[in-house]
Design a protein around this ligand. Structure first.
Ligand code: BTN
Length: 258
């Protein structure tokens, strides 16, 4: 493993992509103290003030390894990491696809990006984790369905940035290796075990794309449905109020029932 550290970057994902394109392979890790143009899923940005962990790892998807699978294991690695820094009564959950929540508030997100074939078939896994981010930096997200939080805010004291970072890198590559050996089913099982929404009512935003039976559909408006889990491709499986089972492979969860 080779770790590149920076004070400021536009985006660690962009830097990791550049490194991958210039010959740095699997196991290359980029870390920045702040980002000026952190990217989130969809068209979101990722607010990246000092105190957060901004990390991107170059990984190698191959025939049995999909970028979406790798993003799921990154979410699990974050969840396992933060468990070490919070008391047992705090409810830590994954939220589809790769977010991590503490008592329903979002503390981290993952952005997996496949690179073009000219870049050696590599992919980048980007993780943003609000470690010591202060409340004033997160105030803009208070109205979100899953408001932003940090380990500092939830634990009531700063965490040791270096220890959190080291734990995260260790958990990430541990899961990467395990997935390489055992495949996605172990990731799927682990993810479902730590998802608090299974059996609960959730709501998915308009624009979500699903498969049902043999057909593909696009939700024209938000849908409330019961969460059943994820399938072998990482698609979110929901049972609609009409009892239809839909597999969502793109979309955003906007709220849940508790
Ligand atoms: C999300 O929208 O929830 C995903 C956020 C991912 C943010 C991380 S921060 C490190 C890496 N670099 C980026 O530009 N984005 C990811």
């Amino acid at each position: 493993m080779r770790v590149f550290r920076f004070d400021h970057l536009d985006s660690t994902n962009t830097k990791a992509r550049e490194l991958a394109a210039s010959g740095f392979g699997e196991g290359t890790v980029v870390v920045a103290i702040t980002q000026t143009a952190g990217r989130g899923r969809g068209d979101h940005t990722w607010h990246s003030p000092k105190g957060g962990i901004y990390l991107s790892a170059v990984v190698r998807p191959n025939v049995g390894r999909r970028v979406t699978d790798l993003s799921f294991l990154a979410g699990i690695a974050v969840m396992e990491t933060i468990r070490n820094f919070l008391t047992a009564e705090r409810v830590i959950s994954v939220k589809w696809p790769n977010d991590c929540l503490i008592d329903g508030k979002k503390v981290s997100g993952v952005l997996g990006e496949a690179l073009s074939s000219s870049e050696n078939g590599l992919a980048v896994l980007g993780i943003g984790l609000n470690a010591n981010v202060v409340a004033s930096e997160l105030a803009a997200f208070e109205g979100n369905a899953f408001p932003a939080t940090s380990l500092l805010l939830e634990g009531g004291a700063p965490v040791n940035y270096e220890v959190v970072l080291a734990t995260l890198v260790e958990r990430l590559f541990d899961w990467y290796e395990r997935y390489g050996k055992d495949g996605f089913s172990v990731v799927q099982q682990h993810w479902e075990r730590h998802c608090r929404f299974i059996g609960e009512k959730v709501r998915i935003a308009a624009g979500a794309v699903y498969r049902e039976g043999g057909r593909t559909g696009l939700e024209p408006s938000p849908v409330t449905a019961t969460c059943l889990g994820i399938d072998e491709y990482g698609a979110l499986v929901l049972s609609t109020m009409q009892g239809e089972r839909r597999h969502y492979f793109a979309g955003e969860l906007i709220c849940y029932s508790r």
